[in-house]
Design a protein around this ligand. Structure first.
Ligand SMILES: Nc1ncnc2c1ncn2[C@@H]1O[C@H](COP(=O)(O)OP(=O)(O)OP(=O)(O)O)[C@@H](O)[C@H]1O
Ligand SMILES: [Mg+2]
Length: 448
């Protein structure tokens, strides 16, 4: 299946925080990610029945409800063993003898949540029964397709297990009933199929999954529609599973509202730190001078991958054009690009086809900076009042503790005001930002 982007996206930044932006960001993450995100934090588990033993599995074979053809699919995907969150979530979701255990699970993007419930769904369906047994809802058409692709890959040796997409545009002939065992869709279409068109009979669904809950509640109507599906359509005793990459209070309230008597699994995001980062600033007089400082930097960085942050989209395109004119290969991310275009630029960058990526803050949130050796703040991050935006600074250049490699950050300073901001950032993190003279530049790589 192919995915389509939203061509109506406005100026980069305007749509920040909106549901569409969150859904696109989540999709972008998946399009560019190739592997599991590791975490060294401990999984927190809160069991509803504290007297029952706490199971965790270190291998997929240990799962008691197993189908050899399913394991074959899992191994063919390159999964050798369960991820951190899967170690605890899988035995809970697939308890044997089967007992519907509800679950609220939270862990950062890329830690294996979707793979976990896909395995549970495929493990639980009975291929001989030709009716819907598992239902999964996601915020958008594209995100539903992503989940479906995982199911198709993982379940490719599970003969007779079928999947249907309950998404806009996919029609079922009136009067007939969905026979596929697994349904993946968006809340609106799922509700429509069940309650209005009556082509989907939810009465025998034994597993209900709500994925991307944080995105779900940010989208108008999805929250209520999800609650309606859960409370009006699903049978009593149906297992309910809830997944989110973040846990703000609003997600929490939604979770407690929709999941009765839940177990909790939580894996905290690894904190970003500046510990492994050497930070510098370069004094410049104007944006042209900043540009030549950047070109000098570029000249002495042959192996490094660099990301350059600008405050506005206009500045980013000016800079990218100027650098291209100088003969440098640069990629640029900007707000009017579709998700696929953005994913393609990031992909080329990750493959090393372009060593430099020029971007604004909003457009670059899907990028995994662990790969990046040098971050240049062409413009320093400031909040609406013009003060240092420390969180953004940390997010741009910080690495997560144990897995983070050594990195460099260079800040280009063009006024007393931006020098003040450097001082504020230094004070906030209690880390020195050293002045870098252009003569020293040759040594930068030696510092690594
Ligand atoms: N046990 C595993 N071993 C190796 N790779 C895995 C494992 N589980 C998942 N992956 C891979 O890790 C990546 C992230 O997994 P997944 O999409 O399930 O994470 P997620 O937590 O659902 O992320 P998001 O919050 O972005 O939806 C995928 O490329 C997936 O194929
Ligand atoms: Mg997921």
């Amino acid at each position: 299946p192919t995915c389509t982007g939203n061509p109506d996206l406005g100026e980069c930044g305007e749509e920040q925080g909106s549901g569409v932006e969150m859904a696109e960001q989540s999709l972008l993450n998946k399009l560019i990610r190739h592997s599991l995100v590791h975490s060294s934090n401990q999984v927190e588990v809160l069991q509803r029945d504290p007297s029952s033993p706490l199971y965790s599995v270190k291998s997929f074979e240990e799962l008691r409800q197993r189908k050899p053809e399913l394991l074959k699919g899992v191994y063919q995907m390159g999964f050798n063993r369960p991820s951190r969150i899967q170690e605890n979530a899988l035995p809970l979701m697939m308890a044997q003898p089967w007992r519907a255990q509800n679950l609220i699970a939270q862990s950062q993007s890329g830690t294996g949540k979707t793979a976990a419930f896909c395995l549970a769904m495929l493990g639980i369906v009975n291929p001989a029964d030709k009716w819907p047994q598992c239902l999964c809802i996601a915020p958008t058409y594209e995100l539903a397709l992503q989940i479906g692709q995982v199911l198709e890959q993982m379940g490719r040796f599970c003969a007779d297990v079928r999947l249907v997409y309950a998404v806009r545009g996919n029609r079922i002939v009136r009067g007939t009933k969905v026979q596929e065992q697994i349904v993946v869709g968006t809340p609106g279409t799922v509700y429509d199929w069940c309650a209005k068109q009556k082509v989907l009979d939810p009465k025998k669904i034994t597993m209900f999954v709500l994925d991307e809950a944080d995105v779900m509640i940010s989208m108008q109507g999805h929250r209520d529609q999800s609650i309606r599906i859960q409370s009006r359509l699903l049978p009593k005793g149906c297992q309910m599973l809830f997944f989110s990459a973040t846990f703000e209070d609003s997600v929490w309230e939604f979770a407690e509202r929709i999941i009765p008597e839940p177990n909790y699994i939580r894996l905290k995001r690894e904190e970003e730190t500046l510990d492994n980062i050497r930070q510098f600033y370069i004094m410049c007089g104007s944006k042209e001078e900043k540009f030549s400082a950047l070109c000098n930097l570029y000249g002495c960085l042959t192996i490094a991958q660099t990301i350059v942050f600008c405050q506005t989209r206009r500045m980013a395109s000016w800079l990218a054009e100027s650098m291209t004119r100088e003969g440098h290969q640069v990629g640029v991310l900007s707000g009017e690009m579709t998700v696929e275009q953005r994913a393609a630029v990031i992909e080329r960058y990750r493959e090393g086809k372009e060593k430099v990526l020029v971007t604004t803050n909003v457009c670059s949130r899907g990028i995994d900076v662990e790969q990046v050796t040098l971050v240049v703040n062409f413009d320093l991050p400031v909040d609406l009042k013009g003060r240092a935006d420390n969180d953004t600074y940390l997010h741009r250049i910080g690495r997560s503790g144990r897995f983070g490699k050594r990195g460099f950050a260079v800040n280009l300073v063009d006024s007393q005001r931006s020098m003040d901001i450097i001082r504020q950032i230094e004070a906030h993190f209690d880390r020195k930002i050293r002045k870098l003279d252009l003569e020293e530049l040759d040594d930068l790589e030696e510092l690594d």
